[in-house]
Design a protein around this ligand. Structure first.
Ligand SMILES: CC(C)(COP(=O)(O)OP(=O)(O)OC[C@H]1O[C@@H](n2cnc3c(N)ncnc32)[C@H](O)[C@@H]1OP(=O)(O)O)[C@@H](O)C(=O)NCCC(=O)NCCS
Length: 175
């Protein structure tokens, strides 16, 4: 079952992240999703989990970006994402991403952005070429991993859109 994540899921999400990421990666990514779930100052973050037998085993966070120009475009960053090792390759992450794509599309969000393996995110329609229109707020360690997905027919032409992100992602070590 897919549902929005709440504070009482944090333990299961932590277990999932420390189980699937390396300890070093989990100590960076878990605080991000924790912050997205617990930030009471906004209702804009969107965190989804896949619940199995009453427990979250896959979890993803989305947060809005703010464009520096008056660009008439809206976008969210997908980060972070993990599925518990015991439950990988069962399609749970795919279900979460597809559910989020439908949600954002229905809510007139124009684009989703992600920093990760193009081999993986390409299967959901993310593209490195489209990503080049969106300029992240920090230098990228692996620029080949920066990708975007348009949810509608918004024309990007030659635009280079600089943006800032939520506090939880405002850390150069994440980029
Ligand atoms: C990537 C991850 C979230 C996928 O979760 P999942 O629930 O197993 O995903 P799904 O079952 O929906 O899809 C799995 C498919 O993606 C493939 N896949 C997983 N990681 C991949 C990668 N880096 N590159 C290409 N394909 C990948 C699997 O081989 C599988 O393929 P199949 O459907 O042909 O068998 C999970 O492997 C994970 O938690 N990894 C560790 C954390 C991580 O890397 N997160 C992403 C950070 S950007």
């Amino acid at each position: 079952m897919i549902r929005k994540l709440v504070e009482s899921d944090l333990r299961a999400v932590e277990e999932t992240y420390f189980n699937s990421f390396s300890a070093d990666e989990a100590s960076i990514t878990f605080p991000v999703i924790k912050s997205l779930i617990t930030d009471n100052t906004t209702d804009e973050n969107y965190c989804l989990g896949f619940e199995l037998d009453g427990k979250i085993v896959s979890a993803v966070g989305f947060s809005p970006v703010v464009f520096e120009s008056d660009a008439e475009i809206s976008a969210y960053i997908l980060a972070p994402l993990a599925t518990h090792k015991s439950h990988q390759k069962k399609g749970f992450a795919t279900k979460l991403i597809e559910a989020a794509k439908s949600y954002f599309s229905e809510n007139s969000v124009d684009a989703l952005l992600v920093y990760g393996d193009p081999e993986y995110y390409g299967r959901y329609g993310f593209s490195v070429d489209i990503g080049k229109h969106f300029i992240p707020p920090y230098p990228l360690e692996y620029d080949f991993g920066w990708q975007a997905l348009m949810l509608n027919k918004t024309e990007l032409s030659n635009s280079q859109l600089n943006f800032t992100c939520v506090d939880a992602l405002s850390d150069a070590a994440l980029w």
